[in-house]
Design a protein around this ligand. Structure first.
Ligand SMILES: [Ca+2]
Ligand SMILES: [Ca+2]
Length: 89
C-alpha cells in the first residue's frame, strides 16, 4: 500500500511544524507516556497548531501514534529538499 500523498497544503503545515520541532523538540521529550509512539495529544502539546489531518498523514500505518520513523518524517523534509529555509545549526 502506498502512503498517502502529502498535499501541498499539508506540506505547508508540516513545514511549519518542522520548524517548531527544529527548535529543540525531540521524539523522547514528546512521548510523554513513553509508550514508544507520539499520540496526537502529545504532538499537540508541542505543536498547538497541528491538526488531526496533518497527524493522520504522518501516521502512515494508522496506528494512532507516531513511531520514531513516522516522527522523522516531520523533522526531515520530504524528498526534493528544494526548500532549504532551515539553516543547519
Ligand atoms: Ca506516547
Ligand atoms: Ca503510526
Amino acid at each position: 500500500m502506498k502512503a498517502t500523498l502529502l498535499s501541498a497544503t499539508t506540506l505547508l503545515g508540516l513545514a511549519f511544524a518542522g520548524s517548531a520541532v527544529a527548535q529543540g523538540v525531540d521524539f523522547a521529550s514528546l512521548d510523554a507516556d513513553m509508550n514508544g509512539e507520539i499520540s496526537f495529544e502529545e504532538l499537540q502539546a508541542a505543536l498547538p497548531n497541528i491538526v488531526e489531518e496533518d497527524f493522520s498523514v504522518l501516521d502512515v500505518d494508522g496506528s494512532g501514534g507516531l513511531s520514531e520513523d513516522e516522527f522523522a518524517t516531520l523533522v526531515t523534509p520530504p524528498s526534493g529538499g528544494a526548500d532549504t529555509t532551515t539553516s543547519p545549526q
